[in-house]
Design a protein around this ligand. Structure first.
Ligand code: SAM
Ligand code: DTB
Ligand code: SF4
Length: 338
């Protein structure tokens, strides 16, 4: 019997990762599931809720994103929400069964007093007994430290794709900019949430390369969101070739094998997925979801649908830091376990 620590490696070679993607589906899933069982609670899923605290008008040119000012997606632009509105949404998310609340802003990076205002939100959301996460664009070291001081648990900043394919998707900041922000988040003492998007026209080699970059960071991200592209009309990727659903499962399985200790999130795109496909993703190693009818600007399965999914699969939400047992134990009226 081993303690499983030898499974946590930072010296993966890119060819090894590509080899995983080439494995027969059953072999890959078996290997991923064994590791999932050894390192995670397989019937438990971490439940996060997202809120867009500042919507649209973003100067960046990420080709997948409905919030870029460069694309006409008909999105109503909004200024930074008041703390009161954010706290109200966080309380509702907690009462519905979420244990982590993630605040997203359509910024290249926070400017001026933005950070103070977000810091105030973080303090109040944390006081509700929720884990806090934010995704605000690039950070400098001082900004990362200020967010940590404010009580931020996780910072989400995605690599999105491989370094090689990145230039096809975003031209207004570099891959190295992203890696620099991730390092600052880590150095400031926060947990890292970092993943990417599938279905943008990338190759299997690009998916392997992105996961290889994540798995060879000095520390693995605690949270790895795997998003399926939500094809929003008006964005340059609105007509992207639909993803083969089994490629979502494969990518989650490879992420689980490479980073056994991380939470792997079955992230955007669940509205387009059947319960059966999601079940395969959970078997392959996914153990986190976004919960609630809205992601940032696009839809997500309703709470009823997810409660039903959890019931069908015998899944329970992972308890949060300050959530009473009644919410995570199955006797909550409206919780995801209910
Ligand atoms: N503006 C900040 C940034 O880009 O770092 C934070 C918010 S941004 C919307 C967060 C992440 O959402 C992106 O990195 C991308 O991975 C994901 N995302 C945005 N639009 C998406 C879409 N249409 N489909 C799937 N994921 C998407
Ligand atoms: C992540 O990886 N996915 C989330 C979160 N991190 C911020 C965002 C998904 C956004 C999907 C498109 C939208 O709703 O605007
Ligand atoms: Fe702006 Fe973030 Fe959207 Fe890129 S992904 S356009 S940085 S909101």
């Amino acid at each position: 019997m081993t303690d499983g620590l030898e499974d946590i490696r930072h010296n993966w070679r890119r060819e090894e990762v590509e080899e995983l993607f080439r494995q027969p589906f059953n072999d890959l899933l078996h290997r991923a599931h064994v590791l999932h069982r050894r390192h995670q609670q397989v019937n438990t899923v971490q439940v996060s809720t997202l809120l867009s605290i500042k919507t649209g008008g973003c100067p960046e040119d990420c080709k997948y994103c409905p919030q870029s000012v460069r694309f006409d997606t008909g999105l109503q632009r909004e200024e930074l929400l008041d703390t009161g509105e954010v706290v109200e949404a966080a309380r509702a998310a907690r009462d519905a069964g979420a244990t982590r609340f993630c605040m997203g802003a359509a910024w290249r990076s926070p400017k001026g007093r933005d950070l103070e205002r977000v810091a105030a939100m973080i303090g109040e959301v944390k006081a509700l007994g929720l884990e806090t996460c934010a995704t605000l664009g690039m950070l400098d070291a001082q900004q990362a430290q200020a967010l940590h001081r404010a009580g931020l648990d996780y910072y989400n900043h995605n690599l999105d794709t491989s370094e090689a394919f990145y230039g096809e998707i975003i031209t207004t900041r570099t891959y190295q900019d992203r890696l620099d922000t991730l390092e600052r988040v880590r150095d400031a003492g926060m947990k890292v949430c970092c993943g990417g998007i599938l279905g943008m026209g990338e190759s299997v080699a690009d998916r392997a390369s992105m996961l290889h970059t994540l798995a060879t960071l000095p520390a693995h991200p605690e949270s790895v969101p795997v998003n399926q592209l939500v094809r929003v009309p008006g964005t340059p990727l609105e007509d992207a070739q639909p993803l083969d659903p089994l490629d979502m499962v494969r990518t989650i399985a490879v992420a689980r094998i490479l980073m056994p200790g991380a939470h792997v999130r079955l992230s955007a795109g669940r509205s387009a997925m059947s319960d059966e496909l999601q079940a395969l993703c959970f078997f392959a190693g996914a153990n986190s979801i976004f919960y609630g009818e809205q992601l940032l600007t696009t839809g997500n399965p309703g709470e009823d649908a997810d409660q039903n999914l959890f019931r069908r699969l015998g899944l329970t939400p992972e308890p949060g830091p300050g959530v009473p047992d009644s919410l995570s134990g199955g006797d909550a009226k409206e919780g995801v376990a209910g």
